[in-house]
Ligand binder design. Sequence first.
Ligand SMILES: [Zn+2]
Length: 98
Amino acid sequence: MTRATRVTPALCPFCAHTLDTMSDVVGSAKPAPGDWSICLRCAGLLVVGSDLRPVKPALGLYEAACAADSALAAKVTRMRRAVLIGAAVDPTPPPTRH
Ligand SMILES: [Zn+2]
């Protein structure tokens, strides 16, 4: 089950969308520095910084990460494609408030 985690708001460096929530796509892990992320508005590739804010990755960082993790590129490509075509990343509807 996916769990959303509130983070200190930051602007997407690509589209300036306010990013204040992160979630693990396949699990319930909280974001940690160095985790990869994607803006759900523009599909920009982000990395979680030391202050847990999503930032633009340094040049070559993603390529190095892909070299170390052969499954990373496929996961990122799948997520970016889902965002770009407007597919629901998380099919679970948001909880209703009572
Ligand atoms: Zn964005």
